[in-house]
Design a protein around this ligand. Structure first.
Ligand SMILES: *[C@@H]1O[C@H](CO)[C@@H](O)[C@H](O)[C@H]1NC(C)=O
Ligand SMILES: *[C@@H]1O[C@H](CO)[C@@H](O)[C@H](O)[C@H]1NC(C)=O
Length: 274
């Protein structure tokens, strides 16, 4: 009897250890989050394996994520490579507060992952690690063009108290951020506002810096205008588009406030980071 129970106990402990080991393994091998689109309607078509286009794409993406390319780093890469129909265009952009080494490793993961997720597609776009970085490529010029799709929206499941007033504070915050982001060289701005329940609302906007001010503003206003539809009353939301990124959260500082924010003029009801 005693032998049996100790055997059972032993195997129980072994299974427990195994479970703990598996859990630890799963945690450490946690996959990065990715949201991607492989040119849904396949408007651009496919390239053949081992074609010049594929070679050019691989060369371009390796250059983009090569650490030597980080001279004059500002988290934005815009490169093209090749001739005529084999020419490839790529854009890499990191969220404005991301440090160069993290940006680099994010884009490197994106490069490997996206070309596998969208095999043989001439055009693809992906956002990695909660939009730490965005990578896109195509056989058409994607530089300096305002593109609002493909897009995705993410929202917090909780509703704010005093929702009408909360929504107004969010809208004002995002409008003010848009003006500042558009005017900045990096097309990036962060700020906080105080909500009706004395909660801190954190906001961030960013455009690809190759956009004109008018286009950046147009893209972000498109995003602000969809919030009442997708994300009304929500305490946090993200509107993610190829040309611009917008996010706000309540009591959650989801960016590094010390990075890249210029000292703003004081405005009523807002507290700005600098
Ligand atoms: C791409 O990354 C996602 C998220 O980590 C993962 O689930 C997927 O298996 C990866 N795909 C490839 C082909 O690497
Ligand atoms: C609002 O929140 C701040 C920081 O949490 C706190 O110091 C302050 O007393 C609060 N004010 C009110 C009116 O509740």
């Amino acid at each position: 009897m005693r032998v049996v129970s100790s055997t059972i106990l032993f195997s129980f402990l072994c299974s427990l250890l195994l479970v703990i080991f598996i859990l630890a393994y799963e945690t450490s091998a946690q996959p990065i989050s990715v949201k991607y689109f492989c040119d849904q309607n396949n408007d651009r078509g496919n390239y053949k394996s081992k074609s010049t286009f594929q070679t050019n794409l691989n060369t371009l993406l390796s250059t983009l994520t090569n650490s030597n390319t980080q001279i004059n780093y500002n988290g934005f890469y815009k490169l093209s490579y090749g001739q005529n129909t084999d020419k490839v265009y790529a854009i890499g952009l990191c969220k404005g507060d991301i440090q160069p080494d993290i940006c680099h490793s994010c884009l490197d993961k994106a490069r490997v992952n996206l070309t596998k997720l969208c095999p043989n597609r001439k055009e693809a776009i992906g956002w990695y690690d909660d939009e730490t970085c965005m990578l896109r490529y195509s056989d058409r010029s994607i530089f300096g063009r305002m593109e609002i799709g493909p897009a995705y929206f993410v929202w917090n499941l909780h509703d704010a108290e005093k929702a009408n007033r909360f929504n107004k504070v969010v809208k004002n915050l995002l409008e003010s951020l848009t003006s500042r982001g558009v005017a900045s060289q990096r097309k990036y701005a962060t700020a906080t506002a105080i909500g009706p329940s004395n909660q801190t609302i954190y906001g961030l906007v960013q455009c690809t810096p190759d956009l004109s001010g008018v286009d950046c503003s147009g893209c972000l206003h498109e995003s602000i205008s969809v919030i009442p539809g997708c994300c009304n009353n929500r305490i946090g939301a993200r509107i993610v588009r190829p040309s611009c990124y917008l996010r706000y959260e309540t009591n959650f500082e989801f960016y590094d406030p010390t990075v890249g924010a210029a000292p703003p003029p004081p405005a009523p009801a807002f507290t700005f980071h600098h």
